[in-house]
Design a protein around this ligand. Structure first.
Ligand code: ADP
Ligand code: MG
Length: 324
């Protein structure tokens, strides 16, 4: 083979392998929300495998943590843990420990036992518990009722009426897991979104990802668009699941102190390295409100917040106000 031909062949081969590299995307309804992923991969095999791996992981976590699936580990815990200690998976143990840690750090604003009352709300049917029922169950909302035994790997509820729900943290956990799987596959540019929780690997090939915080009262409009690289972002809003009755908006983020929807803000966005924590913190700050919420985030290294309050005014934590 003469030199010129060898060179031409090399150029052709390089160009054709470059041509195969592209974005692979998929969207599916899983965990009661829209899951969306975009992955940059060198070829079809890797690209398709990668987006499938993301969706498989979402399905796996749904089967484990959904309160609507009777066989889920979460449902089993809710059926048994008030009666006796229940042996749980390492993954569940870790997420419950993390949830308890968040409760302590947020003075109880994040509390997975909110479900002791929360399970009586049905946002699709538009039904809610009456005040008497809430008052009767309010004592069951307290993360201190959850007893974890690290030696036996068990969970026990020290109150007969406790129920837990991981809706405030499971999607963030699923995003972190999905990103970890993509990284082991060698993926260097990716986005994974589960409802309000987004995680990013790298940039969008030479430019940052643009992730929007939507206007809480108009889903066609963005309140803020953030250019982000290799980080994660979660938004909690009062518009995800709600119904209106007697002039009130009954929505899915409950104050553990009242057993009722929290009304100080319309949305909270947290940007930070770990999606699981962003998810938990966005729910917590939603309950804490502007002042206590911003104070908490300013104390939490590596994490930042944007709050849309109930007058539609924006508030930023320190690092974002410095940019403003
Ligand atoms: P989404 O992305 O669905 O908007 P959020 O992160 O805003 O999720 O969390 C809302 C979900 O968190 C609720 O649907 C419920 O399952 C759960 N939740 C509600 N209130 C609390 C609370 N005070 N502490 C922990 N979890 C909560
Ligand atoms: Mg959350």
């Amino acid at each position: 083979m003469n030199k010129l031909r060898a060179f031409t062949l090399l150029v052709v081969m390089t160009v054709s392998s470059l041509c195969q590299a592209k974005w692979y995307t998929d969207s599916q309804g899983i965990m009661g929300t829209n899951i969306h992923t975009e992955v940059w991969a060198d070829n079809d095999d890797v690209g398709k495998q990668a987006v499938n791996a993301v969706m498989d992981e979402m399905q796996r976590i749904n089967q484990l943590m959904s309160p609507y699936i009777e066989s889920s580990e979460l449902s089993q815990i809710n059926r048994q843990a008030a009666k006796q200690p229940v042996k749980i998976s390492a993954e569940m143990f870790e997420l419950l420990s993390l949830s308890l840690g968040l409760s302590a750090e947020t003075d109880g604003a994040f509390d997975i036992t909110f479900a002791s009352v929360g399970y009586l709300y049905d946002y699709r049917q538009g039904t809610k518990p009456d005040q008497q029922t809430i008052d009767g169950l309010k004592d069951a909302i307290n993360y201190r009722h959850i007893r974890l035994d690290p030696v036996q790997q068990t969970v026990h509820f020290a109150h007969p009426k406790v129920k837990i729900d991981l809706g405030g943290i499971a999607k963030g956990h699923a995003v972190d897991n999905a990103l970890a799987i993509l990284r082991t596959m060698g993926i260097q540019h990716a986005l994974v979104t589960a409802g309000g929780d987004t995680g990013l690997i790298g940039d969008r090939r030479g430019r940052p990802w643009k992730v929007g915080v939507r206007d809480p009262r108009d889903k066609e409009k963005q309140a803020v668009i953030l250019p982000l690289t290799n980080v994660a972002m979660s938004t909690s809003g009062d518009y995800e699941r709600y119904f209106e009755a007697d002039g009130q908006r009954y929505h899915h983020i409950l104050s553990p102190f009242s057993g009722q929807s929290s009304y100080e803000v319309q949305s909270v966005t947290i940007v930070g390295p770990r999606s699981t924590l962003n998810d938990g913190l966005s729910t917590a700050v939603f309950v804490l409100g502007v002042q206590k919420g911003i104070d908490l985030i300013n104390r939490t290294r590596g994490y930042d917040a944007i709050i849309v309050d109930n007058q539609r005014k924006l508030h930023y934590s320190n690092a974002f106000s410095a940019v403003d």
